[in-house]
Design a protein around this ligand. Sequence first.
Ligand SMILES: CCCCC/C=C\C/C=C\C/C=C\C/C=C\CCCC(=O)SCCNC(=O)CCNC(=O)[C@H](O)C(C)(C)COP(=O)(O)OP(=O)(O)OC[C@H]1O[C@@H](n2cnc3c(N)ncnc32)[C@H](O)[C@@H]1OP(=O)(O)O
Length: 225
Amino acid sequence: MSGAGAAMRRVFVDGERAELDQPRAAELAGLAARVRELTEAVVHTDVDAAEVAAVSEEIAALTRRLAAARRAAPPIAAPVPGAPHIGRQLANPVTGPLNPIAPPVEIHTRPDRTVFCDFTLTSVYEGPPGFVHGGVSAMVLDQLLGAAAHAAGAPGMTAALDLRYRRPTPYGVPLRGEAEATEVVGRRTHTAARIIAPDGTVTVEATAVFVLPRGLTPEALGNVE
Ligand SMILES: CCCCC/C=C\C/C=C\C/C=C\C/C=C\CCCC(=O)SCCNC(=O)CCNC(=O)[C@H](O)C(C)(C)COP(=O)(O)OP(=O)(O)OC[C@H]1O[C@@H](n2cnc3c(N)ncnc32)[C@H](O)[C@@H]1OP(=O)(O)O
């Protein structure tokens, strides 16, 4: 089994990571939401030098307080019997409510096993002036494509990701992401996805191949729907 496969087994099957119950996860999600606001404020602030210095010092003090009890690795959500593991990575950089760098994007699965998300990116994700950074679009699409493979009962790690940036993606407006598995061949799952702007324009199209690491099964990843 590859290193990643073994690591996934340790985390999701052997229970190596700290598992948070819902109230604790909600507390920490609240903290992450405040830090997202802080990031936004830092990017846009125009307070004077003395205030920048004073706030920097206060933030350093806050960081020391949080680090007073530090886990060795990001925690995950406690398992829900019968539910897949996909939502358990609370610190995922795309979907994780505990991770301040995650927008966060909430991915939904339809009965037909396609997936979608409605999300708005702020100016902290700016690439070209006025538009979303292409790497950020790629990150959201990678996660969404991975969720589509998972929803199809054939999860895996991204082995290939191909992007076509058709139009600039605006930030500060509601975006729609959609994805589906198109073919499953052995351990390989082919997927397709797109980001759609409010006026219906497809701004980015993506295809990806996910490969289930050797030695893992979809069931081991909690793919039980
Ligand atoms: C972030 C979450 C990650 C996972 C979470 C885990 C559990 C949660 C539950 C489910 C997952 C749900 C959602 C996933 C969510 C998010 C998506 C983001 C995922 C990532 O962010 S992930 C990070 C980036 N990713 C890597 O870090 C991969 C590094 N890489 C490797 O670890 C190996 O490379 C590996 C394991 C991919 C394959 O290794 P291997 O040894 O098993 O592969 P092998 O050679 O045996 O090939 C087997 C068959 O795949 C074909 N194949 C291989 N490579 C191909 C390619 N590039 N294009 C087309 N086909 C390819 C072969 O042609 C053959 O096909 P065939 O059998 O038909 O001949």
